[in-house]
Design a protein around this ligand. Structure first.
Ligand code: APR
Ligand code: ZN
Length: 372
């Protein structure tokens, strides 16, 4: 077949921090060696897109990293994918050859890990442009575009039978929460869990805890509307810090008779890490971080919380090796062993993408799926 050419399509471009996205005609270059170009089918808005759009300085930029699509063309050297394959995008990739990838105990690929500068891993350039000026990427995915170029190590093939408009959520938020519960914390049956922040990420931790048979799953959120929906994901106790006369750690310590076995930070507020540590039990209490803080990234905690045997553990994408492990999660969805659909509170057409940002700002959604 002939080699792929530059194509022109519509993309939602962010021109400055916090400015509404503008649907623009953009040029998308052909996939370079080991890259693929995909036609994005669905993408959801994740809190990380929102935070980066509000606070970061790299513009113009195309956000979006939680997505599903269909391979349109492949670059030189790609044998794993062909035109028509269905894929999920990966905001953190897996090369399968570096020290981290071959360790068998990590998903922190040294080659295709989280990309923060808005360019592609291989050549530090962009594949998008408007009138020959570069338009930057986000996490080397940029799914708020009809077409996107990604490294073949930053996509995973899925069965043609699974609905792309649902499983895009496994590309980030839902998988991250389930993985934190299963891989990172490895929650055991009958244990007690406290989750800070009941967005899609926190409520996916709740689902993971429920599947493992946790006896108490306490959810903490300042949005009173989260109490009701949280129950459908397995939350047994809802705590709103704004309605408590005592500290959250006191409440959790009382409910769990001395602290939860596991605590999860799913807000992106480093102050909450201290609270989480204080609300997990002495001896073996484990706090897992999933949130990505946009301000005040430094942590403070009294060493006493560790002297008493607690552990603080970080995670990215729930510890899943994205290419190796995601197919099994897709299988679980097909067999109805995990829920995804319940996190989709809104379906939005591409032209209305700014509505998804408004809904997230107002705390009115879990996931908005944007249909391209
Ligand atoms: N105390 C308790 N809950 C809070 C607080 C607080 N101080 N601040 C915010 N929250 C709640 C919000 O009300 C919301 O329900 O945290 C929840 C966060 O949910 P979302 O904004 O939907 O975010 P989500 O996509 O779940 O991501 C959570 O993980 O991947 C990271 O960048 C992401 O840091 C973010 C976190
Ligand atoms: Zn690697």
């Amino acid at each position: 077949s002939s080699s792929p050419a530059v194509l022109t399509c519509k993309a939602a471009v962010a021109w400055g921090p916090g400015e509404p996205l503008v649907i623009e005609e953009v040029q998308v270059s052909p996939p370079q060696p080991m890259e693929i170009r995909i036609k994005v089918v669905c993408t959801s808005l994740c809190r990380s897109d929102f935070s980066a759009w509000e606070t970061q300085a790299i513009f113009p930029r195309i956000f979006g990293h939680e997505a599903s699509g269909i391979v349109e063309s492949v670059g030189p050297g790609v044998t794993e994918f062909s035109e028509g394959d269905h894929v999920l995008t990966l905001f953190t990739g897996e090369c399968k050859t570096c020290r981290q990838c071959t360790s068998g105990k990590s998903n922190m690929c040294q080659v295709l890990g989280l990309e923060r500068r808005g360019v592609m891993h291989s050549d530090q350039k962009t594949r998008f442009s408007i009138k020959d000026k570069p338009v930057y990427h986000y996490c080397a995915v940029s799914s708020f575009s009809e077409y996107a170029v990604v490294h073949s190590g930053c996509a995973v093939k899925v069965s043609l039978a699974v609905p792309l408009e649902k499983i895009c959520l496994l590309s980030c938020g839902v998988a991250a929460g389930l993985g934190a519960a299963w891989n990172v914390a490895d929650i055991s049956e009958g244990s007690t869990v406290v989750i800070y922040g009941l967005g899609t990420v926190g409520l996916s931790v709740a689902q993971g805890a429920k599947v493992r048979g946790a006896s108490q799953i306490i959810g903490v959120d300042i949005n009173p509307e989260k109490g009701e929906i949280a129950k459908t994901f397995g939350i047994t106790h809802f705590v709103n810090p704004k309605e408590c006369n005592e500290s959250i750690q006191q409440v959790v310590n009382r409910i769990t008779d001395g602290g939860a076995d596991y605590a999860f930070e799913c807000i992106g507020d480093t102050g909450m890490i201290t609270t989480a540590l204080q609300s997990c039990c002495q001896g073996w209490g484990l706090t897992v971080t999933l949130g990505v803080p946009k301000v005040n990234p430094e942590l403070t905690a009294h060493y006493g919380v560790f002297l008493s045997g607690r552990t603080l553990k970080g995670s990215l994408f729930g510890g899943w090796r994205p290419k190796s492990d995601l197919p099994s999660l897709v299988d679980m969805y097909t067999k109805k062993e995990i829920q995804i659909d319940e996190y989709i509170t809104h379906n939005i057409s591409f032209e209305d993408i700014n509505q998804a940002f408004s809904l997230m700002k107002e705390g009115k959604c879990l996931r908005c799926v944007i249909h391209l």
